[in-house]
Design a protein around this ligand. Structure first.
Ligand code: HDE
Length: 752
């Protein structure tokens, strides 16, 4: 009798059974399933792991290497409790008056759980909402005492823990990774003198010169407010309308339309501090400095068609790439370099070093490498670390200082301010990921979510009741660089800020042929999405001040009847630029170490494939550090020609070729026949070829290429056709993959 208490019987006659499994303790000796062994793990992919395991930090050791025994939660072997620590007997059913009766208000367990859930989301970042992060360390190459007293640069080999977050700018938190966009490159150094945040981007310049324009810029690029479109894209009217009226953005737009905006991996892009900062040594002498991060793997990018397709195939492409590399022990690494110069030098430059739309060409001031950064641990928890980390340009340490860059000035205010609403109050610095390793002592008190429990009755300084503590550090503390200032208060810009085109031209002229073509294509694509003809006209008018060939090519692609007049220049007598060509501005300047480590290579398989050749090739590539996947018409087992069984890791549908850097088509008549009749396999090959990637076809494998329409007669270093999977074929293929891409193949329109 449901709902009626019968003496000696539980209200639910099945209750004992219900408690049985649900409330069971794990059997003695049971361990949690290893999360790393994903469903994709197969014999091949297991062998594919480099053998090193992603360094999981020892229990109780935080991001920054500090002790965090209280906050690192781990439920292994524990019973569920409420937030008050009360053990919960049943986490599956709410408390009801009768099994079919109403739920009860006094069910504090249900209410606590649902209330917490209701508030699980915090506002996303207003910009850079989509991001991925990792822990690691910075290691100093040599003592820099002559330049700076910053403690992280105090001696050769000194290591400082870091937490680094990469991001896109415009898209929302759940948007795709491969949008055309700037990438954030934010580094938090937990130095022994406090936290230093170098909050940079993967491009060395910015859209605007003054913080006053930032809200306008962001409003223009974000989805248009009336209908909320487009997501994570700059190809729309409001963005280009704003840009066409802001000639100071021209240099940045060249970077944004270049391959830099569609990086192959976070691990393969540069980072820049953008603004000019100051190094200050112990004597108080200052130098100007620009910061550069250069990736060990070299700088590589996607092509646009590929980036578009990846956003459907794997919107988490860059997040996954970073995570998997670190789990596999392939720790991403960058070298930190600085350009150091003094005020007198800076005054001679044709541009203003306080203007964030300008670089200091490496030809004027070479880059000096000062250390390396290695990312060697994935976060334990995305929200607690990657989401709650709060970077701030105002976080600097003794030995560093700002300059009067008016863009930087606004940032120094903005980053702390935004955390107050994003992280819910002024105590976000106490969140474990944000807390410095250096001890914190001051008289700031209270506020929402205070963690520290301050002792004593003194919360002011000077005091005598606490013996004057905590006391002022004096010259041992942060001392602002005493820059002399005497001027009228006014709104406006310094003289050299008026020149907007010299460095845009320098950038364009320094690109290789195919990089220039990609810039033309990007402008053409973006402007084709603009619906108002006047906006297109103004952009082409702007481009005429950068490069006549660029302007003409874009105008032709847009079917413009003629070229508009060049946009009027603001600067009457612009100084001549010092540098007309800078090799460092091309991605080709940093090809990496010439290896194929972590490159993803597909080996195409089907029933009847030459299994031995397939596995031999796979093993040889794995031996070189590549990540190999057997990709078939379906995942799981298939039968190779000699009867042995192969286990496919992926299928054409779950892993199209945009997710790979290269592919191998092994021999095997029956397999090739099946693949030639499979549209997905043909599309796989066509995309791979169109995107400039390397292909190795063995024996009958070449028929699949022919069937896909790949022009085999053209000379192409990225196509390796071999009779057998011997050493020479493999060597040429590995060399081809190490080149990353074969842009010689690009034609307009594409042949395939
Ligand atoms: Fe940011 N920027 N920004 N920005 N920015 C933010 O801070 C802002 C600028 C950059 O992974 C916000 O915590 C202003 C330049 C990165 O958490 C916000 C101006 C550069 C990140 C903010 C700029 C950057 C941000 C949003 C112009 C490259 C992500 C949430 C005056 C040197 C950090 C937050 C992370 C994030 C303001 C311009 C880089 C609103 C006002 C230039 C990498 O505070």
């Amino acid at each position: 009798a449901v709902g009626k208490m019968v003496e000696g019987m539980p209200a639910n006659p099945n209750k004992p059974a219900e408690y049985g499994l649900a409330a069971a303790r794990p059997p003695a000796g049971a361990t949690a399933e290893p999360a790393e062994e994903s469903a994709l793990a197969s014999t091949l992919s297991e062998k594919n792991r480099s053998g090193k395991t992603g360094a999981r930090a020892a229990s109780g050791v935080n991001a920054a290497g500090g002790e965090l025994p209280r906050v690192r939660a781990d439920g292994s072997g524990q019973a569920i409790t409420t937030n008050q620590g009360v053990p919960v007997s049943d986490n599956q059913s709410s408390l009801k008056a009768g099994l079919r009766g109403p739920a009860l208000l006094k069910d504090f367990i249900l209410r606590e759980k649902i209330t917490h859930f209701d508030h699980e989301r915090i506002p996303e970042r207003i910009v850079h909402a989509r991001g991925s992060a990792a822990h690691g360390y910075f290691e100093c190459y040599e003592a820099l005492a002559d330049l700076t007293c910053a403690s992280l640069f105090a001696e050769a080999g000194k290591r400082t823990p870091v937490f680094v977050r990469f991001s896109t700018v415009a898209g929302e938190r759940g948007s795709k990774d491969t949008a055309r966009d700037v990438r954030g490159f934010a580094v938090k150094f937990y130095t022994d003198q406090g936290n230093w945040d170098l909050v940079g981007n993967n491009m060395p310049v910015f859209f605007i010169q003054d913080a006053m324009k930032f809200p306008d810029l962001v409003h223009a690029v974000k989805p248009e407010p009336h209908h909320g479109m487009p997501q994570a894209a700059s190809a729309h009217d409001t963005f280009w309308d704003f840009i066409s009226l802001m000639p100071e953005s021209t240099h940045m737009i060249m970077w944004l339309m270049s391959d830099r905006a569609i990086p192959r991996s976070y691990r393969m892009m540069q980072g820049f501090g953008v603004h000019t900062f100051r190094f200050v040594n112990a004597e108080g002498q200052a130098k100007l400095v620009k910061f550069h991060w250069n990736p060990k793997l070299g700088t590589h990018s996607h092509v646009w068609d590929e980036a578009v397709k990846i956003s459907g195939a794997d919107p988490d492409y860059h997040r996954r790439d970073l995570w998997e590399a670190i789990e596999a022990g392939e720790y991403p690494e960058w070298e930190l370099g600085v350009q150091v110069f003094d005020e007198a030098q800076a005054e001679q430059f044709s541009f203003d070093i306080l203007d964030s739309t300008k670089i200091v060409p490496e030809e004027l001031v070479p880059i000096r490498p000062i250390g390396r950064m290695v990312l060697n641990r994935n976060p334990d928890n995305f929200f607690a670390e990657t989401e709650q980390v709060a970077f701030c340009t105002a976080h600097i340490v003794p030995g560093l200082d700002f300059t009067n860059d008016p863009l930087l000035a606004g940032r120094i205010h903005s980053y702390v301010d935004t955390q107050i609403s994003r992280l819910g109050g002024p105590n976000f610095h106490e969140l474990p990921i944000n807390a410095p390793l250096a001890p914190v002592h001051n008289n700031q008190r209270d506020g929402m979510h205070r963690q520290a429990i301050h002792r004593g009755r003194v919360a002011y300084e000077p005091n005598s009741l606490a013996g004057g503590c905590p006391f002022q550090a004096g010259s041992a503390g942060f001392v602002s660089f005493p820059e002399p200032v005497a001027a009228d208060e006014l709104r406006g810009k310094a003289e050299k800020f008026a020149e907007h085109y010299n460095q845009a031209t320098l950038f364009y002229e320094s690109q290789s042929g195919h990089e220039q073509q990609h810039i033309i294509d990007a402008f053409s694509f973006e402007l084709s999405k603009v619906t108002v003809p006047g906006i297109r006209q103004r952009i082409v008018a702007t481009l005429r001040n950068v490069s006549e060939t660029l302007a003409q090519a874009v105008a032709a692609n847009l079917g413009m009847p003629g070229l508009p007049d060049p946009l009027a220049r603001a600067d009457g007598s612009a100084p001549e630029p010092e540098v007309g060509h800078s090799a460092a501005l091309s991605l080709l300047a940093r090809p990496g170490d010439g290896g194929i480590r972590t490159r993803k290579i597909a080996v195409l398989v089907a029933d009847g494939v030459d299994g031995q050749a397939a596995m031999q090739t796979a093993q040889a590539l794995i031996g070189k550090g590549a990540v190999v996947r057997l990709v078939g018409q379906h995942v799981g087992l298939l039968e190779a020609a000699a009867g042995q069984s192969l286990d496919a890791d992926a299928s054409f549908q779950n892993s199209p070729s945009v997710l790979f850097d290269a592919a191998v088509v092994p021999d095997g008549a029956a397999a090739i026949e099946a693949l030639c009749a499979d549209g997905f396999a043909l599309e796989f090959i066509r995309d791979l070829f169109r995107h400039g990637k390397s292909l190795l076809a063995i024996g009958a494998g070449r028929q699949l290429l022919e069937q896909a329409g790949v022009p085999l007669a053209d000379p192409d270093p990225g196509l390796v056709l071999a009779d057998s999977a011997g050493k020479p074929a493999l060597a040429s293929f590995i060399q081809a993959v190490a080149r990353h891409r074969h842009p010689e193949r690009e034609t307009d329109p594409p042949k395939v």
